[in-house]
Design a binder for this molecule. Structure first.
Ligand code: ATP
Ligand code: MG
Length: 369
């Protein structure tokens, strides 16, 4: 029994970790699985996961990697930077070697020998050619000879990256020739939209987009029931559901609320309304600092003025009202609206109305903006 009840391993609010369970993303996971398990060269083989800060992009990528490994892919997980292309080749090599060693082990041949010889021979072969595409081609061929595909996972995609452009071109080349390869990318809404505008590659326009919005309260509630049940933490009538609702569909918020409740739960009684309120308030403070403040930093004066004009409305704001309040021409309105949508601050609700994309953001803006 854990002496300190801090909610671990059920709740572990930090960034870039693998949660014990991916809550409420069954549809998204199933899209990823369909792509990986299906035929090569389909659009689902190159999905882009889009989500605001803390909505679970990295968590989905970690899950996708594990899914890909179990479906027979060697995987390379990288971030966009100068050494990205080299990291991809290194990652595929390491993951391929270990998958081959594992297979050899299962069939009881001398442990790891195949993995090591794969590593040495592929490295030697790659050294003989120049350029990322040629090296990747050798890698994919050699993996394929051993019954493995290649899955490349790129987190935090950035516009204006020469490396990303080169990767996209190489992917398009091999995928077009039916190679068993997959490219799964993730990024903030703003970065994804500018990357696509950046003409990285025409195929990216057609890539499947997996949008990580808020998760369902029902899913959070079910997870709370299971987690708090396992920890032996009891709640007063209706309070667990209220805590789930107040997590507002945000995975990071859910993790924070869950951890706070675990820490604050009385050892000799039920969690009541005051504990829920305090746990949620503390969670909101962290959410504001780690998610909302960085979002606000990316907004221009004009974007912020636009968002402020929305605060008069509860929920949806109509275009006509906003234009009037802002005194903006239609062209200016459309441009600012577009920027806020691309930045993941607002969403369009069909014709002529917008609302905030992130729960609690309006509340924060009212106080801070
Ligand atoms: N579906 C989910 N179920 C449970 N926990 C989740 C889920 N998605 C993410 N989390 C948890 O929420 C937190 C934030 O997730 P993650 O780091 O994946 O977000 P992110 O979108 O990559 O954020 P950033 O843009 O800052 O990189 C982590 O603690 C993660 O374990
Ligand atoms: Mg991340």
């Amino acid at each position: 029994m854990n002496e300190i009840r801090d909610g671990y391993p059920y709740f572990n609010p930090s960034f870039g970790n693998r949660p014990l369970h991916i809550v409420g993303r069954e549809k998204e996971l199933s899209l990823l699985r369909t792509g990986l398990a299906g035929a090569p060269a389909t659009e689902l083989r190159a999905p882009i996961i889009i989500g605001q800060r803390s909505f679970g992009k990295t968590a989905m990528l970690i899950e996708a990697e594990s899914m890909a490994q179990s479906l027979g892919f060697a995987c390379a997980s990288v971030a966009v930077n100068r050494s990205m292309l080299q990291n991809i080749l290194d990652g595929l090599l390491t993951s391929g070697s270990s998958a081959i060693a594992k297979k050899a082990h299962i069939s009881d041949v001398s442990i790891g020998a195949f993995g090591v010889s794969f590593n040495v021979s592929v490295t030697r072969e790659m050294d003989e050619v120049k350029g990322f595409q040629a090296k990747l081609g050798i890698m994919l061929d050699r993996l394929s000879e051993r019954g493995l595909g290649g899955c490349i996972l790129v987190d935090e995609i950035q516009p204006n990256s020469e490396e990303l452009r080169e990767l996209a071109q190489a992917y398009q080349h091999f995928s077009g020739r039916g190679a068993n390869v997959s490219l799964i990318m993730a990024g903030l809404p703003r970065c994804v939209s500018s990357t696509l505008n950046d003409k990285v590659s025409t195929f990216l326009y057609r890539a499947d987009r997996i949008l990580l919005g808020p998760i369902a309260t029902d899913s959070i509630y079910l997870y709370f029931k299971q987690a708090f049940g396992s920890m032996g933490i009891a709640f007063a009538e209706g309070e667990m559901l209220r805590a789930a609702r107040l997590s507002a569909g945000m995975p990071y918020m859910m993790q924070l609320v869950g951890r706070n409740l675990s820490l604050m739960a009385p050892t000799d009684g039920e969690v009541g309304p005051s504990v829920v309120n305090e746990a949620v308030d503390l969670a909101k403070e962290k959410l504001e600092r780690n998610v909302f403040a960085p979002c606000l930093d990316t907004m221009s004066e004009r974007d912020i003025t636009f968002a402020h004009a929305m605060l008069e409305d509860e929920g949806r704001s109509s275009a006509a009202d906003l234009k009037r309040r802002l005194g903006m021409s239609d062209a200016d309105y459309q441009q600012t609206r577009r920027r806020n949508i691309d930045n993941g601050i607002i969403v369009s609700n069909g014709y002529g109305s917008v609302s905030f994309a992130m729960p609690y953001f309006a509340e924060y803006l009212r106080r801070e903006g």
